[in-house]
Design a protein around this ligand. Structure first.
Ligand SMILES: Nc1ncnc2c1ncn2[C@@H]1O[C@H](COP(=O)(O)OP(=O)(O)OP(=O)(O)O)[C@@H](O)[C@H]1O
Length: 553
């Protein structure tokens, strides 16, 4: 086993963090066995591992999160600057100079950028927080706060107004504010970033990686978790791979390639990354005149993803991709169709008008949605997996119910719920203790798989999936895309996939629509030149229904 210990030969003075023999189990489920690694001052460590490998758990231990003590604590020791630490809560960790940005956001929507950054500065004093929340910061020196918030934002190199309300900004900006809050504290020594780039565009991710380097150069150490392995090789000084509860590899990233990392993560050889394989020709050809869904002049008022005037038709039985740069409106389209943000214009389903702003009607008509926001709208976090998977189908379609007395009484069919949950746990390889595990206690990638299972269980005739592989590890991406394709081919489900990864769309879709400035600029076949996609994304030209280019600039 390659433990690549060369990094550890550096003098102890340089080492900020030493994780020594750390183990953790949740109620008999052993997640970490014997984890050992070190991190030097001013260095960036990339922490990788499959979904459910225990990365977030390890970071929660480091940060003294309450859930660790509540579930029986941990074994082993953590040293900071050579001294054992055992934080009883995150406040202790903050005082010791550790900052953490979690997978889920903890910002307050009705507060501005500056106010949110300020709350972190004051969060070690709970009495101040309550005062602040009560009086909405009226007694605080706002000009000073804004200056300080602006400094933190400038360090990150992004352009965000300190007066903007968090509820009105795109998700990528929220991520930057979370990070700005952590670096705004004077005594910060170590920052943990748990999948910060999952919600960022490529260019935003670049900015963040650059900012991480600046922070490291100023002496701050960083632990960076990401499933985008090229970010690990390009931004990190060293890599630590977790598998089966132990560290499989700890070594400098120099000379390490992505394929090697993927193999260390899954513990076997990975098939050579297939060139884009276009779908086989389907036995059933979709027809231009058999339209399942149509949007006319659709607009959606979703913060950061405004849809202005979208027109498109979806052929029955196809997989339609929707791509485009972040903030251009691609995420707004499914959220609008499902009535989750204020929407206008017209929609038709199976030739009949479909009401706008009416989620229940969309669900009843057989339209299902897997949101990009799995924790916000995707899951009932305090319910078990089987309940989550069956919930919509039960509420909307009366599935998973046993009926008595001519339907007067209906009782939940626990056996049927267990069966459907077990089917998807197996098919999607959801890592869990059983179908009764609470969704809150699943890892991020496995929560995403439950969201997909929940949609499949409705047997929808139209399935909308937004960023289906976000947070999914490199080995499981194909599994998720194959599951979508299988549902399309075996059940005839028409699918719309919204994704920021063009290659992902090209590998599974029949046609791909590109959104720019809140409109559809063109629809291309998957085998079209990448340059053509680029021109549509950049808004250089539009392509009309007969394939003519209309130059825009
Ligand atoms: N509070 C909890 N109670 C019980 N089990 C838990 C709890 N939190 C996490 N787990 C389990 O611990 C395992 C590791 O989860 P963790 O979130 O640490 O994984 P991860 O490596 O961060 O995965 P991902 O890449 O999907 O985010 C998972 O199998 C999860 O179900």
């Amino acid at each position: 086993m390659d433990r690549g210990r060369e990094v550890n030969t550096l003098s102890n003075d340089n080492i900020l963090l030493r994780v020594d023999g750390v183990g953790k189990e949740y109620d008999g489920n052993r997640v970490l066995k014997d984890v050992n690694f070190t991190l030097e001052k001013g260095k960036i460590l990339g922490l990788v591992g499959e979904n459910g490998a225990g990365k977030s758990t390890l970071m929660k231990i480091l940060f003294g999160m309450n859930v660790i003590a509540e579930t029986g604590g941990y074994e082993g020791s953590i040293y900071l600057n050579g001294e054992i630490v055992n934080f009883k809560d995150p406040v202790d960790a903050l005082k010791a100079g550790i900052g953490m940005v979690h997978q889920e956001f903890s910002l307050i929507p009705g507060f501005t950028t500056a106010e949110n950054i300020l709350l972190n500065m004051e969060k070690t004093k709970s009495s101040v927080i309550s005062k602040v929340l009560g009086k909405r910061l009226e007694t605080i020196d706002m000009p000073e706060i804004k200056k300080s918030a602006q400094r933190a934002i400038d360090t990150l190199g992004v352009n965000i107004d300190t007066d903007t309300l968090v509820s009105e900004m795109p998700v990528g900006h929220k991520q930057f504010i979370e990070i700005a809050r952590e670096i705004d504290r004077e005594d910060v020594k170590l920052i943990v970033l748990d999948e910060p780039t999952a919600v960022l565009t490529e260019s935003e991710a670049e900015i963040l990686l650059h900012a991480m380097r600046k922070l490291a150069d100023s002496g701050i150490s960083i632990i960076f978790i990401s499933h985008r392995l090229h970010e690990i090789t390009s931004a990190c000084d060293k890599i630590v791979v977790l598998r089966d509860g132990i560290v499989i590899v700890e070594k400098p990233t120099e000379g390490v390639n992505i394929r090697q990392i993927a193999e260390w993560m899954v513990g076997r050889e990975i098939e050579k990354r297939a060139e884009i394989v276009h779908r086989d020709v389907k036995t059933q050809i979709q027809r231009d005149d058999d339209i399942i869904f149509e949007a006319q002049n659709l607009w959606v008022d979703m913060p950061g993803e405004t849809v202005r005037d979208v027109n498109f038709k979806v052929r029955r039985g196809e997989i339609l991709g929707i791509g485009g740069l972040a903030g251009q409106g691609k995420l707004g389209i499914p959220n609008g169709i499902m009535g989750l943000f204020e929407t206008g214009g017209s929609m038709f389903f199976n030739g009949k008008p479909l009401a706008v702003n009416n989620t229940l009607e969309a669900l009843k008509e057989g339209i299902a949605f897997v949101s990009e926001d799995r924790r916000g709208v995707g899951l009932l976090l305090d319910e078990p997996i089987d309940w989550n998977i069956a919930f919509n189908a039960m509420q909307v379609q009366n599935k998973f119910l046993k009926r008595y007395f001519n339907g007067l009484i209906s009782i939940r069919d626990d056996k049927a719920m267990k069966a459907v949950a077990e089917k998807y746990i197996h098919e999607l390889e959801i890592k869990c203790t059983s179908e009764k595990q609470l969704s809150r206690n699943l890892s991020g990638g496995n929560q995403q798989k439950v969201c997909l299972a929940k949609a499949f269980a409705m047997n929808p005739s139209l399935l909308l999936v937004s960023e289906p592989t976000r947070g999914i590890d490199v080995g499981a991406k194909k599994l998720v895309l194959d599951a979508l394709r299988k549902d399309n081919e075996e059940n005839g489900t028409t699918i719309i996939i919204i994704s920021s990864e063009l290659e992902e769309l090209r590998s599974v879709c029949d046609r791909i629509a590109i959104v720019c400035e809140g409109q559809i600029y063109g629809v291309l076949p998957p085998e079209a030149e990448v340059a053509d996609y680029g021109m549509l994304m950049a808004g250089e030209y539009k392509i009309n229904e007969v394939g003519d280019k209309q130059w825009q600039r």
